[in-house]
Design a protein around this ligand. Structure first.
Ligand SMILES: Nc1ncnc2c1ncn2[C@@H]1O[C@H](COP(=O)(O)OP(=O)(O)OP(=O)(O)O)[C@@H](O)[C@H]1O
Length: 291
């Protein structure tokens, strides 16, 4: 079965978000397309201002696009009413933000932080206690269950944030710069935790970051440029062993539009028009003949 035969977990089609500031329009998303299959671990990368936060705000149900379609786990984000939106944010999705203060309640212990969303989700005391213990254990922070967040290292705080986000068994975990405040060793701990969650719980994980090294931690990296998905990097195992190769792909939209990488365009001085030729299994592109 090809990936297009299944229902994607996340499907954005022609997403547009226009902000108006002092009468000036800023087009933050310019027809963004994105498809994420159930159980994928995907990174979305882009430079500052490329539209990452705008996309995440829409996918998390905090903001609405100006045009286009966004469906996550069967929820049409444009048609959701207030009650469905609350359930969507409580049960369908989990969130891990960059700053621990946005993820954790400072005056509750680690275990109480994980139990809180479960209480809001209607779980009984015994269910809460069992699930909290399991999650803290799986994320390697059972030994700090009774500590408050400020007694934990940065890496432990973010692993606790992952446990909190998983408390109600979401289908999708959205992580916004989850390693932004961490050093390399702590970042590695958090990526390992996200990989484990993805593998053992089957949760779809989307990591949004400006950190290009995330490519080594996930199988698929989607790059956003100027409010559009511009390229994808796929990592696959090359033969036996742990050796991986990364291949970069340009993204083709439904209309057949393709964005050429800036450095390719610059290298050949491409402008205005190019000549195309279909040859067996590939297409060749040449600069316009100046004659
Ligand atoms: N509330 C807003 N009002 C006006 N313009 C906005 C607003 N939010 C974002 N923008 C603009 O939209 C564009 C995309 O911003 P966005 O924050 O989504 O990018 P980003 O990739 O998340 O950047 P960063 O990594 O710096 O957070 C930018 O040009 C930004 O200035």
């Amino acid at each position: 079965m090809s990936p297009t035969d299944t229902q994607p977990q996340i499907h954005c089609d022609g997403l547009v978000r226009i902000y108006k500031r002092k009468g000036v329009e800023v087009v933050a998303l310019q027809g963004l397309d994105l498809r994420v299959e159930p159980g994928e671990l995907v990174a979305i990368v882009g430079a500052s201002g490329s539209g990452k936060s705008t996309l995440l705000n829409i996918l998390s149900g905090l903001d609405a696009p100006s045009a286009g379609r966004a469906v996550v786990a069967g929820h049409d984000l444009l048609a959701m009413g207030r009650a469905e939106r609350r359930q969507y944010r409580l049960r369908t999705c989990g969130f891990v933000w960059q700053r621990s203060g946005d993820n954790l309640v400072p005056y509750l212990s680690a275990a109480e932080n994980v139990a809180l969303p479960q209480r809001l989700g209607g779980r009984s005391r015994s269910e809460r206690s069992q699930r909290t213990g399991e999650l803290l254990d799986q994320l390697g922070i059972a030994d700090v269950a009774d500590e408050r967040p400020d007694a934990l290292t940065g890496g432990q705080q973010q692993r606790l944030a992952v446990a909190v986000a998983l408390a109600n068994g979401p289908q999708v975990l959205f992580c916004d710069e989850p390693t932004g405040d961490l050093d390399t060793a702590e970042s590695q701990e958090v990526y390992a935790a996200l990989q484990q969650v993805n593998e053992t719980h089957g949760t779809t994980v989307v990591i949004v970051t400006h950190d290009p090294t995330v490519t080594a931690e996930v199988r698929r990296t989607v790059a956003i440029r100027d409010g559009r998905t511009s390229s994808e990097t796929l990592r696959r195992r090359a033969g036996e062993g742990e050796h991986h190769v990364a291949e970069e792909y340009a993204v083709l939209d439904r209309a057949g539009r393709l964005q050429l990488p800036h450095d390719f365009v610059a290298a050949l001085g491409l402008q205005h028009r190019v000549r195309l030729e279909l040859v067996d299994d590939h297409i060749q592109i040449w600069p316009e003949d100046p004659r």
